[in-house]
Design a protein. Structure first.
Ligand code: GCW
Length: 701
């Protein structure tokens, strides 16, 4: 709320009707009530259902025609104040000149906005009220700067149309996974002990938070759909509708994870076979009722034939048959199916060297390209395994030119410190988004998933819960914020987004302390993901974590299990041979040049060496170090970095609220303990296996 001060202390005119413009009005009015400014609303124009020129303004101010410091206006809201007209005309002239004559009619675009400052007035224009809301948050981000020097009209539009968060929240507490699967921020904001929460205030606040980040869709239950959650589709649909009502004012649509076997499980049909007529009719009828209750419902999310979830394979059908069944039910209403590509054999025999979990998603889905209906979105985890801190980009993303593909990122820190460690994930995400599967001349991942209408967008597994700081670790909020900002503008610089987050989260301190807080937070967070990588699994090896809960080190924890995640360390070397020449052939799932780069021991990037190759401990990396010495050096360095960050944080007492400072201080103590544990286990393990001592003679237990 503090970040609204520059707006709340000024005079605002809002032109535009309808519920979302109402939200903008409430936001500004609330800030004005707090900081002494005024807002006048004129709900006018053909698309807002209000009488032309109707004026309900004046609650907080009562100005009669200005002057205003800020004008927020829908382009269709009838005659605009002169300054807004001038900005609009200027924008149209320039966009015509920039992009060629065809752009003249294009307008500002769905969810987009134009922001400018002219003749001492800050102007935000949008074609839709959602754009107006995002424009308001743009002004909030600018702060005082928004009311300073003149600014030429700038247009902002989201790169991806679908910017969604998946909640792995269970309705009923799961005996193993609890209320939120892989949740590290307390309970669910939606569900508690088997039911919808009575008080949904927090859900509305979440909608507001998401709009500020640019997120516009939320799936409200876990992709592992158990018995209680299956019924959200039918007799508990009212709960979903209640959540949708709270999120709608912030432009956030609700999606639901569904059980593929729901028609069978709920007793509606004798089978869940996707080609069965009764099954088709069941989904059609159920989906019609969903849209009666929630007219702007987003669609279904499905984890099928994966880790024990039911799917089309039981009936001899494939994923396209399964996805198209649900897509058919949703199509009349404009809904989409997010069908997850996270499909692999989790009952593998570790003795079998030919089966490679990394290959699985491509092997299952690439042959189906072209078979999916156009309202199916294939939701692909960013790496071929499972959200490890270092993986190559999934080859599936480049393998499905005739399928809409969404990129799935894990905002919740299952494998990256579980919100007890500081790990700012944006640099990793931005590397993924910038990866060019066909080499420097081809499109990047961001172009594929966010691009035009054919893109499936970005999906993040949410890290938010009912914790007072939303995300357990207060600094983990930056990951939530950045997820939304990168989905909106994938080429943004992670450090610049972090800077925005710092300004919005600590507006007073960030403004008043001469940059001390900003500087320290950048030092602590900018490369924290690199630090995490250094003290955990080296060179692209993954899953050296404690089985089950996945926190802390256990080098051999998954080595002889059915999950298909191995490092194959022995006395001579370490790594997984995924080459075509001598290994599992996974490198062949990439187009050139990467199929060649990854195949080659000399060209493979160091950080992925052990993902693609099994090498001796003495193998020399590009920087001249050996694999074994690299393991020792990075593990010592990673822990030192954590210790430095911890001390840096200690210096910030007084610059941030005391309780927040204490929470992070406690978490740093745990992070340091855990990082030391990682360092010592990994170093000791490889010293014992290899017998090669540390060149620097440091103590390895
Ligand atoms: O990362 C793994 C998690 C599971 C999760 C699964 C998935 C929801 O350990 O908890 O299940 O991925 O993405 O489906």
């Amino acid at each position: 709320d503090e970040a609204f001060r520059p707006i709340g202390s000024r005079r605002t005119l809002l032109r535009g009707g309808g519920p979302l413009a109402g939200t903008v009005h409430e936001e500004v009015a609330r800030a004005c009530a707090r900081y002494g400014g005024s807002v006048r609303r004129q709900a006018a124009g053909p698309d807002d259902g209000a009488a032309n020129g109707r004026d309900d303004g004046g609650e907080a101010g009562g100005d009669d025609g200005g002057p205003y410091d800020l004008v927020l206006a829908l382009t269709a809201a009838g005659p605009l104040p002169a300054v807004a007209e001038a900005v609009l005309a200027g924008f149209r002239r320039r966009s015509a000149a920039d992009d060629g004559p065809a752009v003249e009619d294009e307008g500002i675009g769905e969810e987009g906005y134009v922001v400018a400052r002219r003749d001492g007035v800050t102007v935000v224009l949008a074609d839709s009220a959602a754009g107006l809301l995002y424009g308001l948050f743009h002004v909030v981000r600018l702060g005082e700067e928004a009311f300073g020097a003149e600014r030429p009209a700038e247009r902002h539009r989201p790169a991806a149309r679908l910017r969604m968060l998946d909640h792995w929240d269970n309705v009923a507490v799961h005996p193993v996974m609890g209320q939120v699967e892989r949740g590290y921020a307390g309970g669910s904001i939606f569900w508690c002990d088997g039911a919808l929460r009575d008080d949904l205030t927090r859900v509305a606040a979440y909608g507001r938070l998401l709009a500020a980040c640019g997120v516009n869709a939320v799936a409200v239950n876990n992709v592992n759909v158990h018995a209680a959650e299956t019924r959200l589709l039918t007799d508990h649909l009212g709960d979903v509708a209640a959540i949708a009502d709270r999120l709608r004012p912030y432009g956030v649509r609700v999606h639901l994870s569904v059980n593929f076997a729901a028609p069978l499980a709920l007793g509606g049909t004798a089978t869940a076979d996707p080609l069965d007529e009764d099954v088709r009719a069941w989904w059609a009828a159920v989906t019609t009722r969903v849209y009666e209750a929630i007219p702007d419902f987003g669609g279904y999310v499905v984890k099928a034939d994966s880790e024990g979830q039911p799917g089309p394979h039981a009936y001899g059908r494939d994923h396209a048959d399964g996805a198209n069944l649900l897509a058919g039910a949703l199509a009349p209403f404009g809904g989409v199916v997010h069908w997850r590509a996270f499909v692999y054999n989790h009952r593998q025999d570790w003795r079998d060297r030919s089966t490679d979990r990394a290959r699985a998603a491509y092997d299952h889905f690439a042959p189906l390209d072209g078979r999916f209906r156009d309202n199916v979105i294939l939701q692909v985890k960013h790496g071929p395994i499972d959200f490890q801190v270092r993986e190559p980009v999934s080859p599936v993303i480049a393998a499905m030119p005739r399928t809409r593909v969404a990129l799935e990122l894990q905002v919740t820190q299952e494998y990256t410190g579980q919100q007890r460690h500081v790990c700012y994930l944006a640099p990793m995400w931005s590397e993924v988004l910038g990866f060019r599967p066909w080499g420097p001349a081809g499109p990047g991942v961001a172009d594929i998933v966010a691009g035009d209408v054919a893109g499936g967008g970005l999906v993040g597994v949410s890290n938010a819960g009912d914790d007072p700081y939303w995300t357990g670790h207060p600094l983990a909020q930056a990951n939530l914020y950045t997820f939304g900002r990168l989905a909106w503008a994938p080429s943004s610089d992670p450090a610049a987004i972090l800077d925005e987050w710092i300004g919005l989260t600590f507006p007073l301190a960030a403004g008043r302390d001469d940059g001390r807080l900003r500087e320290a937070l950048h030092e602590i967070m900018d490369d924290s993901c690199g630090t995490y990588e250094r003290y955990t699994a080296p060179l692209g090896v993954g899953f050296m974590v404690r089985p089950g809960h996945h926190y802390g080190p256990d080098v051999d924890g998954y080595e002889y299990t059915p999950w298909g995640t191995y490092h194959f360390a022995d006395r001579d070397g370490v790594g997984v041979d995924r080459t075509r020449a001598t290994g599992t052939g996974f490198t062949g799932q990439y187009p050139p040049p990467w199929s060649e780069v990854y195949e080659s021991l000399t060209r493979c990037p160091d950080e992925l060496l052990l993902f693609f190759h099994h090498v001796p401990y003495g193998h020399v990396l590009h920087d001249g170090s050996t694999v074994i010495q690299h393991i020792y050096d990075t593990h010592f360095a990673g822990v030192e970095e954590v210790e430095r960050a911890r001390l840096r944080w200690a210096e910030l007492a007084g610059l941030v609220p005391a309780a927040l400072h204490a929470r992070v201080r406690e978490l740093f103590a745990e992070q340091l303990r855990c990082a030391e544990e990682w360092r010592d286990q990994v170093n000791a393990y490889f010293l014992r296996k290899s017998g090669v001592p540390d060149a620097q003679g440091r103590r390895i237990p």
